[in-house]
Design a protein around this ligand. Sequence first.
Ligand code: AHM
Ligand code: MG
Length: 338
Amino acid sequence: MNIIKGVRTLGQFIIERQSDFPYAKGELSRLLRDIGIATKIVHREVNKAGLVDILGDAGSNNIQGEEQKKLDVFANDQFIAALASGGECAAIASEENDEIIHIANSVSKNAKYVVCMDPLDGSSNIDVNVSIGTIFSIYRRLTQVGTVATDADFLQKGTQQVAAGYVIYGSSTMLVYTTGRGVNGFTLDPSIGEFCLSHPDLKMPNDGALYSINQGNFVHFPEGVKDYIRYVQEDDSATNRPYSLRYIGSLVADFHRNMLKGGIFIYPPTIKSPKGKLRLLYECNPLAFIAEQAGGIATTGFDRIMDMQPTAIHQRTTLFIGSRNMVQKAMGYMQEKA
Ligand code: AHM
Ligand code: MG
């Protein structure tokens, strides 16, 4: 008799893997569960974004001076609400909030964790029906449990992350996360409302033939990046060059594709943004953790992202992330022209 192979849901998987967690008391499992719940609600809204009048600008600006879309605000509210009611999170640093958000309710008084998040990344793609994402990163707080969390709880190196992940709202919705024991991906089955394990133990190829960079800014790039772009465009079939350029403008989607197929994503320094555009705490560190756990690497072009000592919640950094050999090659050009 053929026994049908059952699905493994995110909830089951988290319970099975609880002993993998550095502090296996179930709190981190519950935190991941809370994030999973918020993700489903955001998925639902993303999917009907064209139907209900949720598109368009919310009319407010975030700390970076960027216009917020309604869906950004909605996603931010949902993640905050889920984390606040779950009881495991003491405070949140979000791209959408200038200051950290303290969770001061009775269920959270013993919370040991803080969460950094970009609730809806790739916001310029929301109203044109192109993939967007959520990114999150979890740390154990440094200040004493029971006291008010401070910025110091968030200004930890990426190496201190206990878990990190992202959600991609694409042709299907996927949640990918790591707790430092490899990377696993779950695809949402909307018919049963569950994330099902679809990509166990994800590995990033060491090489690839895709590069992702906003090449329209070429004139503003440093010489090392320009040289690397010239290199990837050379004709050499032995090394699969020229590579294909793929750039969605949603970090999560660009990273996810490159992780599955092999590739490099670069957000370099530009004349306008000498430190790059992307944020260290809730964009670069979580993806760096995942990249490394999948066998890839993430650097500033010179140094490992996860070794950076953050000094501000909304700090920016340049980012070179993806397949190991490709990132190392690009770093070689950066060092030559440093
Ligand atoms: P956002 O947080 O405002 O959405 O900005 C971050 C996004 C990333 O998803 C993406 O990689 C990058 O901005 C694209 O920037 P650019 O348009 O300068 O290439
Ligand atoms: Mg973002």
